[in-house]
Write a protein that binds this ligand. Structure first.
Ligand SMILES: [Zn+2]
Length: 303
């Protein structure tokens, strides 16, 4: 049959039909395919040859932390996201200390002249769990193809996914460093990751109010989250609800690689946001988008 009536055609004026505003890349994904940006320092991760990522640690004052050690930690985090890194090429990353130790960690929108994404971390010294927590969050923005506009009503979903990444990475390292730490004498740090996550979860602001169902709580916070996506405590509670999706099937991170590939900044409803995400995502990963949508929309709580 010609003109398959079973396949919905994209309406020309739907929110998801808008072309994505491409980030200011010093490199391009097409360039990667031709080998143009296969940076010389992109190193294989794990056994799969496709799992490569280029990470440079800025040789700066890290409050006593050695750049070589910091690189080992953030590469260890990257291994936790091996499936996502194998899914699509990722921009090269340069990790830098924030200007002041009190400045918040962030991913800078402007790339370096050589096309690296600047990830700024405020961890210092040898607080490996803090490095891991912050780097995983910012890495998740890179996985999610972060781009302008940085603020729109649904940005809190990406921010919450980045907090999932932090919890996922800390949990991952607490297991992997037990049996295969980067250095043999670092195996003892595995328990420090467990302790860090436990303390993070035990903070009152990171726990749902007693007796309040998640969907009721989320509905009550929605207005504030639309105004301020980076409400860290709220992001953390939302992330705790989403974490099981990624713990049960780390392939769910593959779907995150397709977030923001169509312009989702003008969507009117959360359903449209997920429709845009799904539209850019291979069908084989739709179930992961569905899972996140199902948990966040609560079927009725968010319109
Ligand atoms: Zn963030």
């Amino acid at each position: 049959m010609v003109g398959n009536a079973l396949v919905p055609q994209a309406a020309p004026n739907t929110a998801c039909s808008r072309p994505a505003q491409l980030p200011k890349l010093g490199i391009s994904f097409d360039g990667w395919r031709s080998g143009r940006w296969r940076a010389a320092d992109a190193q294989p991760l794990g056994d799969a040859p496709k799992m490569t990522i280029s990470i440079e640690i800025l040789n700066a004052d890290w409050g006593g932390g050695m750049p070589t050690d910091i690189e080992v930690v953030v590469r260890s985090v990257a291994v936790c996201f091996g499936q996502a890194l194998a899914e699509r090429p990722i921009e090269p990353i340069r990790v830098e200390p924030t200007f002041h130790a009190g400045d918040p960690p962030m991913t800078a929108f402007e790339r370096t002249p050589s096309g690296q994404v600047r990830v700024l971390i405020n961890a210092r010294g040898r607080h490996w769990a803090q490095y891991a927590h912050q780097f995983a969050h910012e890495l998740s923005h890179v996985l999610a193809n972060f781009r302008a506009p940085l603020r729109h009503p649904w940005k809190w979903i990406e921010e919450s996914l980045c907090e999932v990444a932090s919890q996922f990475a800390i949990s991952c390292l607490s297991r992997s460093w037990q049996t295969s730490p980067p250095y043999a004498h670092w195996a003892s740090f595995a328990s420090a990751f467990t302790q860090y996550l436990g303390e993070h979860y035990s903070k009152p602001e990171h726990v749902l109010p007693t007796g309040e169902p998640f969907c009721d709580w989320l509905g009550s916070r929605l207005h504030q989250l639309k105004l301020d996506a980076g409400r860290r405590a709220d992001n953390t509670i939302i992330a705790r609800e989403l974490l099981p999706i990624f713990e049960q099937d780390p392939d769910a991170w593959r779907a995150v690689r397709y977030l923001n590939l169509v312009d989702n900044s003008q969507v009117l409803s959360v359903a449209e946001y997920f429709r845009c995400w799904r539209q850019a995502t291979p069908v084989s990963h739709h179930r992961h988008v569905d899972a996140v949508e199902g948990r966040l929309t609560c079927r009725w709580a968010i319109k």
